[in-house]
Structure formats: structure tokens, C-alpha cells
Write a protein that binds this ligand. Structure first.
Ligand code: HEM
Ligand SMILES: *[C@@H]1O[C@H](CO)[C@@H](O)[C@H](O)[C@H]1NC(C)=O
Ligand SMILES: *[C@@H]1O[C@H](CO)[C@@H](O)[C@H](O)[C@H]1NC(C)=O
Length: 316
């Protein structure tokens, strides 16, 4: 009996110690119990004022995790002797930094030095999705530490919009994702916009049908040509409901109205087409897979030791 009780305590201690170092759902339960609440509040009030920021916050988390792991490297400002990821051309349309700053400031007031910027980015992306898809609620593990490296040249690890399906499968595969997870994550494009510079490759010599991307609806092509007539920075929504997190993105792909080469290719490639069709038909299935893939993405190369930045824009 005695021995049993002692063993129980030992097992509990081992579990607790493991959670001290690794990521866990209730990481801030004792050290900053209001953490989730504070971040959700910052995100919700920012999105009520500007719902288009949801896209910015979601994309920020993706860019953060794909470069150097989810360590808030994306938030670091350039310094005199370092050009940060942020200042790469691939940063185009990254938005929402002030939402992270706002949450961080409140968290520093409540529990100084406890909640990492990397965790704030991960929670904010999750809350942005929840705001845009009421009902898509999921928990994410926390306990990431903030990194100290942010280099413009590392952004070459981001997938370019001209990638075809097999290149995307390969690049995401190197990060440990299946093709199905890649297609689910691409569904992040149900939010937001891209600029003409990201899709004009598909409109080359658009008045001669030969050079046009053959996998594009004619009417949609005319829309894009019109958008691009306003210049490289003109914005085009990925789908008809740019602020709603839904499966309209996949239905657009079925109509040959995907915006980027990397979007439409998921429908063109017979290997990924069945997944697109499944998500287009079944939004609940998309939500389920997306949520699981996001939890996985949120754990890419996380740092379990390191610093918690006081200001998300600079290392301590
Ligand atoms: C599959 C490979 C991917 C490629 C090639 C890609 C590429 C791009 C490009 C070129 C833009 C437009 C940038 C601009 O013109 O301003 C964009 C926007 C966006 N991306 Fe991706 N992306 C990919 C995956 C993802 C993933 C996995 C997510 C999140 C889960 C994501 C979320 C977003 C969002 C939300 C926007 C809209 C941003 C806004 O409106 O501010 N993307 N992406
Ligand atoms: C993105 O990078 C460009 C340089 O390529 C820079 O001028 C711009 O300020 C950056 N945008 C953000 C939001 O950091
Ligand atoms: C995708 O692109 C790669 C590299 O450009 C090329 O080798 C491959 O044939 C392309 N795949 C398809 C299905 O077009």
C-alpha cells in the first residue's frame, strides 16, 4: 500500500517535470492563468475593428513556423547589422504585428517574462481562425520559447506561389507533412488576398490564349486581368468570402478559379484532386484535418529552452 502511494507520487512528479520542459495544453495554468483569455481578447477586439487582419495573423504563424521553427523569428525587426525575415520580399502582406504587441504588453503587465512571443503568435492564429469560423474551436499546446535568429536569407524556405503540386508535396514532406495535410493547410487561403505580383505569371500575354494558364476559368481570368491592370500591388481575394473561414476555397478550385499556381495545382494533380473534392463537399472534414495539421505545424522545430522576449520585436 505504502509503496503504491509513493509510486503514484513519483509518476506524477515525472509527468509534471516532463511538462515543464515540453509543450503542453495547460502550460500557463499556474504561471499565467489568464494568458489564453488575454490573447483572445486582443485578437477579437482587433478583428472586430478590421476582420481582414485574421488572414494576416494566420499567415504570420505559417511563416514563423516554416522558417527556423515556431520561435517568433518573424517578429524581430531588422537591426543595423542584421536584415530580418520580415524585410524579405516574401513578407508581402504580412500584417497584424500590432495585435501581437498589444497582447504582449498586457501579458507583461499581468505576468512579466512568462508568455513567449512564439506562443502568442500560435494562439493568435488559432483565435483568428475561430473568429472567422465560429465553431472551429481547438486547443493548442504551449511552451515555445523565442528564438534569437532572424535572417532575410532564411525566407527561401518558404514555398513560392509558382510551385506545382509535386514540388509542394516535396517541400511540405521535408517538414514531415503528408500530401493531405499540405492540402488542408493550403486551405488557409480561404482567408485573405494575394497581390497581382503573386499570380501574374499565369496571365502572361493574356490576349493570346496559348500562354494563358490552361487550368483557369475564362471568366476568372478576365477578373484577374482587370485586377492586375491596377498594378502589381492590386489585391485579389482567394475566394468569394475573404473574411470567412470556410471551404469556399476548395469549391473555387473545382471551378478552375484558384488564385495562385500553387492553389489550382492541387486540383490539377490527380494525386491531390480527391482531397480537394472531399474538402469541397465536406466542410466538417476540412475543419477536422485543418485543425490537426495546424497543431502539427505549430510544433515545427519548437525551442523548449531559450528566452521569453520582453518586447516581441527585439531579443532581450
Ligand atoms: C502551400 C504553399 C503556400 C504558398 C505557395 C503560399 C503563398 C502565398 C502568397 C503568394 C500569398 C499572397 C501574398 C501577397 O501577394 O500579398 C499568400 C497569402 C496568404 N497565405 Fe499563403 N501560401 C502557402 C501556404 C499557406 C499556409 C499553410 C497558410 C496558413 C495555414 C497560408 C495562409 C495565407 C493567408 C491567410 C494569406 C492571406 C494574407 C492576407 O490577406 O493578408 N498560406 N500565400
Ligand atoms: C517587407 O519587406 C519590404 C522590403 O522587401 C519592406 O520595405 C517592408 O517594410 C516590409 N514589410 C513589413 C510589414 O515589415
Ligand atoms: C513540377 O515542377 C517540376 C520542377 O519544375 C517538374 O520537374 C515537374 O515535372 C512538375 N510536375 C508537374 C506535374 O507538372
Amino acid at each position: 500500500m505504502r509503496f503504491d502511494a509513493i509510486m503514484k507520487v513519483v509518476v506524477m512528479l515525472v509527468i509534471m517535470l516532463r511538462h515543464c520542459n515540453g509543450l503542453s495544453m495547460n502550460y500557463y495554468m499556474l504561471s499565467c492563468p489568464m494568458a489564453e483569455f488575454i490573447v483572445r481578447n486582443s485578437v477579437n477586439s482587433a478583428l472586430r475593428a478590421d476582420p481582414t487582419l485574421a488572414a494576416g495573423l494566420l499567415r504570420m504563424h505559417f511563416h514563423d513556423c516554416f522558417i527556423e521553427g515556431c520561435d517568433a523569428s518573424i517578429l524581430l525587426d531588422s537591426t543595423d547589422d542584421n536584415t530580418a525575415e520580415k524585410d524579405s520580399p516574401a513578407n508581402l502582406s504580412l500584417r497584424g504585428y500590432e495585435v501581437i504587441d498589444d497582447a504582449k504588453q498586457q501579458l507583461e503587465n499581468q505576468c512579466p517574462g512568462v508568455v513567449s512571443c512564439a506562443d502568442i503568435v500560435a494562439m493568435a492564429a488559432r483565435d483568428a481562425v475561430l473568429f472567422s469560423a465560429p465553431g472551429l474551436i481547438y486547443d493548442i499546446p504551449k511552451g515555445r520559447k523565442d528564438g534569437t535568429r532572424s535572417k532575410i536569407e532564411d525566407t527561401r524556405n518558404l514555398p513560392p506561389p509558382i510551385f506545382n503540386s509535386s514540388e509542394l508535396i516535396k517541400m511540405f514532406g521535408q517538414k514531415g507533412f503528408t500530401a493531405q495535410e499540405m492540402v488542408a493547410l493550403s486551405g488557409g487561403h480561404t482567408l485573405g488576398v494575394a497581390r497581382c505580383s503573386a499570380f501574374k505569371n499565369r496571365l502572361k500575354n493574356f490576349d493570346s490564349t496559348h500562354d494563358v494558364d490552361p487550368n483557369m476559368d475564362t471568366q476568372f481570368m478576365k477578373t484577374l486581368v482587370k485586377t492586375c491592370s491596377a498594378g502589381d500591388t492590386a489585391e485579389q481575394p482567394f475566394d468569394a468570402t475573404r473574411n470567412n473561414f470556410d471551404n469556399a476555397y476548395y469549391r473555387a478550385l473545382q471551378r478552375q478559379a484558384g488564385l495562385l499556381t500553387s492553389d489550382q495545382t492541387l486540383m490539377t494533380d490527380p494525386n491531390t484532386r480527391p482531397i480537394v473534392n472531399a474538402y469541397a463537399m465536406n466542410q466538417a472534414m476540412f475543419f477536422f484535418d485543418f485543425q490537426r495539421a495546424m497543431v502539427k505545424m505549430g510544433q515545427l522545430d519548437v525551442k523548449e529552452t531559450g528566452q521569453v522576449r520582453q518586447n516581441c520585436r527585439k531579443i532581450n
